[in-house]
Design a protein around this ligand. Structure first.
Ligand code: NAP
Length: 194
């Protein structure tokens, strides 16, 4: 089985953005040290335009070969004209309203999202699946998540978009790794206790 990993940036109080999902207040924390970490450990989670800007577009993926995101998250790049935001990965966007894909590299999943994710997880392969978000998608796929990589930025928001838009239920995870950065960013990796 391939792993489904929710790799997400959040505030100290667990929000992935403001109430609309805007996470741009986190950008100042993406400094040289943190970019070095992303480039070395998770190069495939950087959007293609960022990889090109940093001159690392040719770096092979280290952990994921596939990305799954909701239309709300895909829209963020689409509004800037990025129709294929992760063109180094296989890309799936969940949407019932996008009747046609804006890009041949992006496959739209309109029906049976859970079935599609289970099918991807059942494929053979060393590399896993990057669940990009957002809250709605992560909420629906919470039970399928095998690993969490949570980048916590040192800000508290009071309110905002939660990590999971879902009802209350307790899902246990084991802490595998903690990385601390000079600017106060913390990256924790958890695996699902089954
Ligand atoms: N901090 C971070 O690391 C991070 C990461 C990712 C995203 N974000 C933020 O999260 C925000 C978006 O989150 P969100 O919760 O609003 O949206 P989302 O989860 O990205 O996408 C929701 C959309 O996905 C589609 N969808 C949901 N369930 C589906 C299903 N079962 N089958 C088919 N399609 C389905 C629907 O699209 P249709 O309406 O088209 O049907 C729905 O409107 C963005 O603002 C982004 O900036 C933050």
């Amino acid at each position: 089985m391939r792993k489904l990993t929710y790799f997400v940036a959040c505030s100290i109080d667990g929000f992935i953005g403001d109430e609309s999902g805007d996470a741009s207040f986190m950008y100042p924390f993406v400094d040289e040290e943190f970019i070095g970490f992303l480039t070395a450990e998770y190069p495939e989670t950087m959007a293609s335009h960022a990889r090109r800007a940093l001159g690392v577009h040719d770096l092979p993926p280290r952990r994921f070969d596939t990305v799954v995101q909701g239309r709300g998250s895909y829209d963020v790049g689409l509004k800037e004209g990025f129709t294929s935001p992760y063109d180094h990965l296989r890309q799936y966007v969940a949407s019932r309203t996008l009747t046609e894909s804006p890009d041949p590299q992006v496959e739209i999943v309109a029906d049976d999202l859970l079935g599609k994710v289970r099918e991807l997880k059942a494929e053979d392969g060393e590399l896993g699946i990057y669940l990009c978000g957002g809250a709605q998608l992560a909420g629906q796929l919470r039970d399928e998540i095998d690993e969490l990589v949570i980048k916590t930025y040192p800000v508290a928001l009071g309110t905002g978009m939660p990590m999971f838009a879902a009802g209350f239920s307790v899902a246990e995870f084991a802490l595998d790794e903690v990385r601390l950065f000079k600017n106060g960013v913390l990256v924790r990796t958890y695996s699902r206790k089954r």
